[in-house]
Write a protein of this length. Sequence first.
Length: 235
Amino acid sequence: MTSTPKIVPLNKEQHAATKVNNNNAFSHIDGEHLVPVVVHEFVVAGAEFPIVFVKNNDNFQPVAMLGLAVKQNLFLQDNQWQALYVPRAVRNYPLMLVQEKQDSERLLLALDENSERVGENEGHALFNEDGSESEFLAHRKKLMSEYVDMGVITRNFIAKLQSLDLITEQTLTLNINGEERRINGIHLIDEKKLNELSDEVFLDLRKSGYLTAIYAQLMSLQHTQKLVKKVAEAS
């Protein structure tokens, strides 16, 4: 049973002896059927998972679909990851970046102290004996900083798609074990509208480097059938 997270700011005095191990490295996403992705991941993640957009207030978030129902992760079996690619959003746990205050742009490095991967007996130390950051922690901070920058670029990408009215709500209708299942609340890139863009706008998308991501998202939808197959095999 997964414990309730206890997210606390990382502190070199408080966490001087803290280590992070790799035991059950994916247990924190055991019940996640959607995982955020950044635009830089569309090609590699889209080679294995369907990539769709979900709407939060007026903002769109690209996500990789790991299941077809809430709390259904079809790529995690006996805590073993069943795919070649691991989305960046899940790699650094139990470390994470959190807002210093609500509505604050300043991010703090934090730790889930209740994670089974956190302790003092085994794993990668977060700090050296002299109180300096360990190589493990420094590398994780670098990865998280890169992810924040990628998030900015992803939001710019989505803003461009929205300005061209290319993101549209759609219902996925799937046949699972002979039963029709409709999945609502997802948004996709509208291929028909994409093909109707003027040459000038299309060229602008190409120059911006966005076309690769757009086509990766569209092609990723073929993996929806992979999820259907996994559900059928599990039932």
